[in-house]
Design a protein around this ligand. Structure first.
Ligand SMILES: C[S@@+](CC[C@H](N)C(=O)[O-])C[C@H]1O[C@@H](n2cnc3c(N)ncnc32)[C@H](O)[C@@H]1O
Length: 285
C-alpha cells in the first residue's frame, strides 16, 4: 500500500559539543532541565543564584502530585498553558507527563530562545513556546486549557487583578498559582484574616544583576504587589474559581521561603463537575 504520509526531513540534531556550546552561550537558565547526552541547562560556572539548581525540582516535589490529582490523576490528553514559562522547565515537565499540547509563553525573547533550544534538544512535538505578554492571551486565538500554570508571576504584575481575569478566561478547569506572599513580621497572623496586598517599587535590572535569570524583562523601575494568603484566595474566587487550596509544604528539602510563609502554591478549580471526587480545602460555592 502506498505510504500517504508526507516525507518530513529528520530534524538536524545537535551533537553533544554543539548542544553544550549552545547551552553555555545562553546560560544562566532559571530551570535545571535534563537534556540528551547527560547534559543539563544548569551550568554551575554561569549560575547567578542557587535557585537555578533547585527551583524546578522544588516545585515538582511540592506541588506536582496535587496538580495531577486536581487534573483527575493524569495529564494524558490535556491542554496545558505555562504562563511566564521562562526557559520552559515546567512546560517540558508537563509535555513529558503526557499532555496532548503544552503552550509556554513569556514576555522576554531571551527566555523564549532558551526554551526553544530546550524544545529542540528534548525533541517533544506536543510543545510550543511563544514570546507573548500574558495580557495578549486570547481564548478565541489560543483556545481553552485544562491546566494553567501561573508560577512566579502574580507578584510581578502591575495589574494583578485584570491579569488573573484574563488568565481565568482561558482556564477551563485547573489553575496552579505559585507566588511570593506578603509577610509582615509578628503581626502577619493577625493581618492574614483580611485580604491585603503589599506594594513595592522595585529597581530595574541590568545585565550584572544576580536575578537576571528571571528579571531581565524589567530594565526600568517596576511597581509590584505581593498578596497575603487570603488575598490570593479572594482573587481566585473573584476570577471564577470555586474550590481553592493552599498547599502545605509537606516534603523536606524545599527552599526556606516555602516553610516560613513567604512563598506558597495554590490550586484552584472551576467546573468541578468534571472531577466530582476532588476535595479542596476552601469551597466558595
Ligand atoms: C520569576 S520568573 C518565573 C519563571 C517560572 N514561571 C518559574 O516559576 O520558575 C518571571 C517570568 O515572568 C516573565 N514575565 C514577566 N511579565 C510577563 C508578562 N506580562 N507576560 C508574560 N511573561 C511575563 C518574565 O520574563 C520571567 O520569565
Amino acid at each position: 500500500m502506498k505510504n500517504l504520509q508526507p516525507s518530513i526531513p529528520p530534524t538536524e540534531k545537535k551533537t553533544k559539543s554543539e548542544l553544550q556550546a549552545a547551552v553555555e552561550r545562553l546560560a544562566p537558565f532559571h530551570h535545571a532541565i535534563d537534556l540528551p547526552y547527560g547534559l543539563s541547562t544548569y551550568v554551575p560556572t554561569a549560575s547567578r543564584q542557587d535557585r537555578e539548581r533547585t527551583r524546578m525540582q522544588n516545585l515538582i516535589d511540592h506541588a506536582w502530585p496535587s496538580i495531577l490529582s486536581a487534573c483527575g490523576g493524569s495529564l494524558a490528553g490535556k491542554r496545558v498553558l505555562d504562563v511566564a514559562c521562562n526557559c520552559g522547565g515546567f512546560s517540558v515537565h508537563a509535555a513529558r507527563a503526557g499532555a496532548s499540547y503544552v503552550l509556554g509563553i513569556d514576555i522576554d525573547p531571551h527566555y523564549i530562545e532558551q526554551a526553544n533550544l530546550v524544545k529542540e534538544a528534548v525533541d517533544l512535538h506536543n510543545l510550543d513556546f511563544q514570546q507573548l505578554d500574558l495580557m495578549e492571551l486570547d481564548p478565541s486565538k489560543h483556545g481553552a486549557f485544562d491546566l494553567v500554570l501561573f508560577f512566579g508571576i502574580l507578584y510581578h504584575l502591575e495589574n494583578p487583578v485584570l491579569s488573573l481575569k484574563r488568565i481565568s478566561a482561558l482556564a477551563s478547569n485547573v489553575l496552579a498559582v505559585d507566588t511570593t506572599l506578603m509577610k509582615v513580621p509578628i503581626i502577619n497572623r493577625i493581618l492574614d484574616r483580611w485580604p491585603m496586598w503589599h506594594m513595592r517599587r522595585v529597581a530595574g535590572v541590568d545585565s550584572a544583576a544576580s536575578n537576571i535569570t528571571t528579571s531581565r524583562w524589567r530594565p526600568e523601575e517596576f511597581c509590584q504587589f505581593s498578596p497575603n494568603s487570603r488575598a490570593v484566595i479572594s482573587l481566585l474566587e473573584y476570577s471564577g474559581f470555586t474550590d481553592i487550596e493552599r498547599l502545605k509544604p509537606t516534603v523536606t528539602g524545599l527552599e526556606k521561603r516555602y516553610y516560613n510563609g513567604r512563598r506558597a502554591t495554590f490550586i484552584a478549580i472551576k467546573n468541578r463537575g468534571s472531577y466530582p471526587g476532588i476535595r479542596l480545602a476552601h469551597r466558595s460555592r
